[in-house]
Design a protein around this ligand. Structure first.
Ligand code: FAD
Ligand code: MG
Length: 336
């Protein structure tokens, strides 16, 4: 139940680095949220403040999970999906914000990012025990007209679906938003240095206490226990979408969880991993998914037209493609 969301605190001890200045004390916590692990490591010279900051940041994450989770029966997402075709439905401020952001990214990506795919996602069931390839008819029936004409947001903040098949889901953007919100909470406690990891989505706060950049690894989709590259960032988010996160295989074909909204099938545009680096974790999350669908040419063109966003793509042939500003982040291929 939402009010008593359970989170296992695996690690909450402070670890003093011997010989370090007081501000180098680090505090870590990992909790299970959103079906994955969320970890925070922060640097602070006040133990009480650090623990209070972590408590508040994880409480905010838990609150947002209760809004956006498809897996919590009484989440706001499930309530809105059940009600909004039949009637104008009031939504929370967080819900409205993420819906508006999602519709913005649908427009920006020419429909490659689409938060209305709940029915299609359930049909495939990827990541669940009932995962299966739907029939072409089932798939076609779940496809929605492109654009945002099937979701109406009214001036009073209520929402209405204009097509019975619309089921919202924020799997490709919510973790980004939640990371940004956790950062805002940590900021409010004066935490200037640390890292957040939400199932592989990384957000860095400022720089290391040493003044150095953070090194962030990018998973090798051909060997998911390893990295294929690293980047170095200060105060940026680094978010990756890949075909190795959730999938099943049948007759040698991999069916993964990132869908092309035009076909209703897993995106197959020649990329196996897309990483975006920017200030906003929400933007990184939305665009890592969207560029995966768009493919190298269109995906990179989109990133090049945006200020402050950079990208690293890995193609199915193992080629690494980078946007024009990537040099700043010292991309290094991991040699094996
Ligand atoms: P991303 O590339 O960022 O997103 C892929 C996901 O977005 C897909 O899984 C699908 O849901 C959706 N999607 C697919 N194609 C598109 C598209 N073209 N446009 C837009 N969206 C698309 N998982 C569990 O197993 N158990 C849980 O209890 C659970 N709870 C969750 C609670 C919340 C609040 C959220 C946000 C997710 C939860 N998940 C849960 C899902 C899980 O963590 C997902 O694997 C994750 O959100 C997908 O993120 P990603 O970074 O792997 O991939
Ligand atoms: Mg995403």
């Amino acid at each position: 139940m939402c009010r008593i969301w359970k989170a296992a605190v695996i690690l909450c001890a402070a670890a003093m680095l011997t010989g370090c200045a007081p501000q180098d004390a680090s505090y870590e916590r990992t909790e299970e949220l959103f079906g994955t692990f969320v970890s925070a490591k922060i640097y602070c010279d006040d133990a009480k403040n650090a623990q209070a900051a972590l408590d508040a940041a994880f409480a905010r994450a838990g609150e947002l999970e209760c809004i956006f989770s498809p897996n919590i029966a009484d989440s706001e997402l499930n309530a809105v999906n059940a009600a909004a075709y039949a009637q104008d439905t009031a939504v929370s401020e967080d819900f409205l914000y993420l819906l508006e952001q999602s519709l913005y990214f649908t427009e920006l990506t020419d429909g490659a990012f689409d938060c209305r795919l709940g029915e299609l996602i359930d049909l495939w069931g990827i990541g669940t025990e009932s995962a299966k390839i739907p029939t072409e008819t089932e798939c076609r029936n779940a496809l929605l007209p492109s654009g945002d004409t099937t979701v109406s947001i009214h001036a009073d903040g209520t929402v209405r679906f204009l097509d019975e098949r619309v089921q919202l889901q924020f799997g490709a953007i919510a973790k980004g938003y939640i990371a940004d919100e956790m950062k805002a909470v940590l900021d409010s406690f004066g935490i200037e240095s640390g890292t957040l990891s939400l199932g592989g989505n990384v957000l860095t706060l400022g720089e290391k206490p040493s003044g150095d950049a953070w090194t962030v690894g990018i998973t090798d989709p051909f060997s998911p226990g390893e990295l294929y590259a690293t980047v170095r960032v200060k105060g940026k988010s680094v978010v990756t979408s890949g075909n190795y996160e959730r999938y099943f295989e049948e007759n040698g074909v991999r069916y993964h969880h990132i869908f092309d909204p035009e076909t209703g099938f897993p995106a197959d545009a020649g990329l196996v991993s897309t990483t975006i680096i920017a200030d906003s974790s929400l933007l990184c999350d939305a665009l890592s998914t969207a560029t995966y669908v768009l493919g190298a040419e269109e995906g990179m063109a989109l990133i090049e037209q945006l200020d402050g966003a950079e990208a690293v793509f890995l193609t199915e042939d193992g080629e690494i493609l980078t946007s024009s500003g990537m040099a700043e982040y010292e991309l290094k291929q991991v040699t094996k």
